[in-house]
Design a protein around this ligand. Structure first.
Ligand SMILES: [Zn+2]
Length: 614
């Protein structure tokens, strides 16, 4: 998945007084007000008289943290036979609601609204519907043991796409087949006024991209983009050698107001990007990586899942220690697959790996925090604020994880003289027999053992040194042993241009050591570099540069021209209600990372991204 928010909690186990009779829930969702960021829901639950606790999904698969948006649950009402039943939220577990089912009652009706934040899940023309936001269930039951029969009312003229099987379509109300609560939550929907289905395979297992957009113009895709998307399906199959889904749908939303998203599922992915993702060059590159990443998760994350993340319900806490496999390997494959498919060029791949390597090397927090702690502490690192992020370290198990897997790939290729690669690991670990959606949990030992099956090596020591130890330097041997050097020039890096374009930032991390908003606000600093040493800190705002009013270009020019003289760059900076002048002593010019060919070694990186599909 991609980043979002929320905080951590204390977990309390309750006495479960749940009726064993509760098996099939009925879920009636009315999304006719989705464009106003409110969705109405009604759940019917079989019950027995006595105390009962209802639970709102808290630990959401793929999010690895207690991110169920409980604060968006409003208007909660419980009733039976037309009579109101009082409820009380648990004093400690905010996601649990206690009630007393009266004698003679066998069915409980629950209704509430999902009031989402504007610009998060819906725009005026489309919405992403996540079933976990729209239901409560009897606490203490596993999600496999609960069956849910859902229906959905759409806004007039809107259509739906989802991996959830549809049983019938009665005017504006869709009826779905009954599925387990696990499958339901794993099968979200996109709905919209402008919806286009794009088949990606013509025979065999169905693969489809379903696209909802704010305008019909945004749905237009270049022929070479469609060819690349079709090829990514083939390349993934060539990589893993088997699939673990019955069919697959990429559920894409294109909107500058419907929020961004990237969330994996067994048989679909939610891919929420900007309205111009198909037409703007940088956004299309970003989109290709998102698609590659979320699709690879169907194997690495959904089918094979760390034991600590394979929980039986939405109440048990998840353990993130192996996220450098779950997300790190996926982050690597999310760059490899678009490159093998032609959606990225070889240069795009190298620019991305250069950016990742430089970024990880540049994290001052690596002097205190081992990579594994960014994963173990995912409840903290995922919603971490931007200020002092360079010093904190954020979710580095993604990017540094991808460097570790690149290094493993290059090591296997080099030591086997090109006969073996990480593809062989993926085939053994994630492929095997084709199955429908299922979870096969794994441990650290399983990862080590499968790597050893591919190529005997001290993989335990290899991984321990990179994952569990504090390392002042980033693991970039995959690049240097792969025939390339990490260099810095004044030419902007493609990946950094993408990030600046989509975040509306000015990334000067590798020169004066700051990340700025386009208005000059300081988002973060590197405590080892020149801007911080001059006095700059997160939360300040640059007002002027060498006497000229702030603009990104004025600062770029000042950094470039400081290379030719000994004068400091003078910044007037606002700190609360005070203005200060800081002198930044920096004379190395603009600096952006790139990879430069090392002719002494074979180009293994070039081998990594060669097409494998027939
Ligand atoms: Zn992910």
């Amino acid at each position: 998945m991609k980043p979002i928010r929320i905080f951590s909690i204390t977990i309390i186990l309750f006495l479960v007084c749940v009726s064993a009779a509760a098996q099939t829930l009925t879920l009636n969702v009315d999304a006719s007000d989705a464009a106003r960021n409110i969705v109405h829901t009604r759940i019917t639950i079989p019950v027995r008289p006595g105390p009962m606790t209802l639970f709102y999904p808290k630990w959401i698969p793929g999010e690895h943290t207690p991110t169920g948006p409980i604060d968006d649950l409003v208007g909660l009402k419980l009733s039976a036979g037309g009579k109101t039943i009082p409820w009380r939220r648990d004093d400690v577990e905010m996601f649990a609601f206690h009630c007393e089912i009266p004698q003679g009652v066998s069915t409980l009706d629950v209704s509430f609204d999902d009031a989402s934040q504007p610009e998060s899940t819906a725009s005026a023309k489309l919405a992403r519907l996540k079933w976990n936001r729209l239901l409560v269930y009897p606490e203490g039951m596993t999600s496999d043991s609960i069956s849910v029969k859902a229906s959905l009312k759409l806004p007039t003229g809107w259509r739906l796409a989802s991996a959830l099987p549809v049983a019938g379509d009665n005017k504006q109300e869709l009826q779905f087949k009954a599925v387990s609560l696990t499958e339901l939550v794993d099968s979200p929907a996109i709905i919209g006024a402008n919806l286009r289905d794009v088949p990606l395979t013509s025979n065999g297992i169905m693969h489809e991209m379903d696209i909802a957009a704010d305008t019909t113009a945004a749905l237009e895709m270049k022929p070479e983009t469609l060819t690349g998307l079709k090829r990514i399906v083939q390349e993934a199959y060539a990589l893993f050698g088997a699939r673990h889904y019955r069919s697959y749908k990429f559920l894409v939303t294109l909107s500058d107001h419907g929020g961004s998203e990237g969330l994996e599922h067994h048989e679909s992915s939610e891919d929420g990007v900007g309205e111009k993702a198909f037409s703007e060059e940088l956004e299309l590159l970003d989109f290709a990586e998102l698609i590659g990443h979320e699709y690879a998760h169907s194997w690495n994350g959904k089918y094979r899942r760390p034991a600590g993340l394979a929980t039986p319900d939405f109440e048990q806490p998840m353990r993130g220690e192996l996220l450098w496999v779950y997300e790190g390997l996926t982050q690597y494959l999310g760059k490899v697959l678009p490159s093998r498919s032609g959606l990225w060029t070889a240069d795009d791949f190298r620019e991305a790996m250069a950016s990742v390597a430089a970024d990880m090397e540049n994290q001052s927090g690596r002097e205190w925090r081992p990579l594994v702690d960014t994963a173990v502490a995912v409840q903290l690192t995922y919603p971490s604020p931007r200020a002092w992020l360079n010093y904190r370290r954020r979710v580095d198990y993604y990017d540094e994880g991808s460097l570790v897997w690149l290094e493993a790939d290059v090591l296997i290729r080099t030591r086997s003289n090109g006969k073996l690669s990480l593809d062989d690991f993926c085939k053994r670990f994630h492929g095997g027999q084709a199955t429908g959606p299922m979870v096969k949990p794994y441990t650290f030992d399983d990862v080590v053992n499968t790597l050893n099956d591919v190529m005997p090596y001290d993989w335990r020591a290899f991984l321990n040194a990179r994952i569990n130890a504090v390392n002042p330097h980033a693991p970039i041997a995959g690049i240097t042993d792969g025939g390339w050097k990490l260099v810095y020039t004044d030419k902007p890096n493609t990946e950094i241009r993408i990030a600046d374009h989509t975040r509306k930032t000015v990334d000067l991390s590798f020169s004066i050591g700051v990340l700025l908003k386009e208005d000059g606000s300081v988002l973060d600093v590197n405590p080892n570099l020149a801007a911080f040493k001059a006095g700059v800190a997160p939360g300040m705002k640059i007002l002027s540069v060498n006497g000229r009013t702030w603009s990104p270009d004025v600062l770029h020019e000042a950094i470039a021209s400081a290379k030719d003289n000994r004068n400091p760059i003078e910044l007037v900076v606002e700190n609360g209600s005070f203005n200060e002048t800081y002198k930044v002593n920096y004379h190395a010019g603009e600096r952006y990372p790139h990879l430069e060919r090392d002719e002494r070694k074979p180009d293994v990186l070039g081998e990594v991204i060669k097409s494998r599909a027939k």
